[in-house]
Design a protein around this ligand. Structure first.
Ligand code: PLP
Length: 468
């Protein structure tokens, strides 16, 4: 053995064993689950050993070992996804889980999950039943569509539609609609994987009906119209309306599919929403099949919905990919309950996304003033609090041209807006807000029940800690 002084001073000798450190942390933080502590300790010790082996014999590498392991264990043990407070004002925020579910939808998902259910059983005759029958009936009742189908998400609905109608054949799409929608949904890539050939027509800014007409041939499977979602063109722009396209499609006996993305199942025109956000309107304008998401304007769980012609929907249902892309029972239960709320005419009251979206300005303003007053009372000596009028976005690629009036509570702290925003984000219930003009902006439009109280107590704790 080599007992050179170098080896004796080897800082590796100071590294505790996994067992030792795990026991120590377990005693210090009894609330942390043992599996997370052990996993975290292994990770941190491995890191330290690696840094020694790579020649960085930094004796400080093992400093704060316990702290680091405890922090990692806490991250590991935290539920994911966990509740956060959306103070961004973006009603359908993809990074924040899009639409929060109605209470009845949550209950329905819980019931479907905690016990056996008649998911694929017909209780009338005890035979195998269709898991979709109830939701598709409700969707056709809401929209007047001849038929409906539900899958895992809208990307799946579009994939299934083009694969069913045009496998090995051509799908015609305007160049102005070959968009990427946040989170890796790119129209050309989806079409390629669906096994269809994309035929691009028109130009980026202008596509005419004759462009479509010239592209139609014996190999055309369908025409696809894509809602550009959060992408907007201005200026020298022309596109072909659904009505015009449907005339051409009918003449050539081709199915016309629309990827509408975000849609409601109730007509909210009189509430200021554009007509084309109502899914049934696309059918009225001549689409044969319309696809949209369950968790955008609809306000339900993740799901993809296709409505339209009975023969086409039947073909989609018979495609083996329908099984691959099927919706799970928890989402199905939540969707069923959401649809029931819409049928009862209680969407605006009971579906949080619709309630947030349609809340009258004066109600939003009074909520902002109440929150500002509560904050002022609690910590007004340490923060400058003001209420501002602001316009926000709906989000989730929904209603890009629809600007939403909202009210924000702006907070200015001595330590700066970024420090406060970081503290908000690392609170036990993380609060997501915007930083603008040196202030943290809490947009009250997207606050749900109980959020205001949580914000207030987070601020009280923050102020206490920063004065310690
Ligand atoms: C959001 C969106 C999609 C993807 O829908 P998911 O439900 O997220 O799969 C597809 N097309 C359009 C136009 C969209 O807006």
């Amino acid at each position: 053995m080599n007992h050179s002084p170098q080896v004796k001073d080897d800082p590796r000798r100071g590294i505790p064993s996994v067992d030792q450190l795990s026991r120590q942390l377990g005693a210090e933080f009894p609330a942390l689950p043992a599996w997370a502590v052990t996993f975290a300790v292994r990770e941190i010790l491995k890191e330290i050993r690696n840094s020694f082996e790579s020649g960085a014999l930094d004796p400080k590498a093992s400093a704060g070992l316990g702290q680091r392991a405890a922090h990692l264990a806490r991250l590991l043990a935290a539920p994911k996804p966990q509740r956060v407070i959306n103070a961004t004002g973006v009603v359908l925020h993809t990074n924040l889980g899009r639409a929060p579910l109605a209470a009845a939808a949550v209950e329905a998902a819980t019931r479907a999950g905690e016990a056996y259910s008649d998911l694929e059983l017909d209780l009338g005759d005890g035979r195998r039943g269709d898991r979709q029958a109830a939701v598709t009936q409700k969707i056709t009742a809401l929209t007047g569509a001849a038929s409906a189908l539900v899958v895992n998400n809208n990307a799946a609905a579009v994939l299934l539609a083009v694969n069913t109608l045009a496998l090995g054949r051509e799908v015609i799409v305007s160049r102005g609609e070959l968009v990427e929608i946040g989170g890796s949904f790119r129209v050309p890539d989806i079409l390629a994987r669906a096994g269809v050939r994309l035929v691009e027509v028109g130009t980026t800014n202008r596509t005419h009906l004759r462009d479509y007409a010239q592209a139609i041939g014996p190999d055309t499977g369908c025409i696809l119209k894509v809602h550009p979602s959060n992408f907007e063109q201005r200026g020298f722009v022309t596109d072909v309306s659904l009505q015009e396209l449907s005339g051409l499609a009918r003449e050539c006996e081709l199915p016309l599919v629309e990827d509408l993305g975000s849609a409601t199942l109730i007509d909210l025109r009189d509430r200021g929403l554009p007509q084309e956000s109502f899914a049934a309107e696309s059918l009225r304008r001549g689409a044969d099949l319309v696809c949209f998401s369950g968790d955008k304007l609809l306000g339900g769980p993740q799901a993809g919905i296709a409505i339209g012609r009975e023969d086409l929907v039947r073909d989609l249902r018979r495609n083996p990919l329908a099984r691959v892309l099927r919706i799970d029972k928890l989402s199905l239960a939540a969707l069923d309950a959401t649809l029931a709320i819409l049928l009862e005419g209680r969407g605006e009251q009971d579906i949080p996304a619709l309630a947030r979206l349609l809340e009258p300005e004066e109600v939003t303003e009074s909520r902002a003033r109440a929150l500002a007053a509560a904050i002022e009372k609690a910590v007004g000596d340490r923060l400058a609090v003001s209420v501002r009028r602001e316009s926000g976005a709906v989000g989730g690629g929904s209603l890009p041209e629809f600007s939403l009036q909202s009210f924000v509570v702006a907070l200015e702290a001595e330590e700066g807006a970024n420090a406060l925003s970081d503290a908000f984000r690392s609170a036990p219930v993380p609060i997501l807000a915007r930083v603008r003009d040196g202030a943290v902006w809490l947009d009250v439009r997207t606050l749900l029940d109980g959020d205001a109280e949580e914000i207030e107590s987070t601020l009280v704790r923050y102020i206490q800690r920063s004065s310690d």
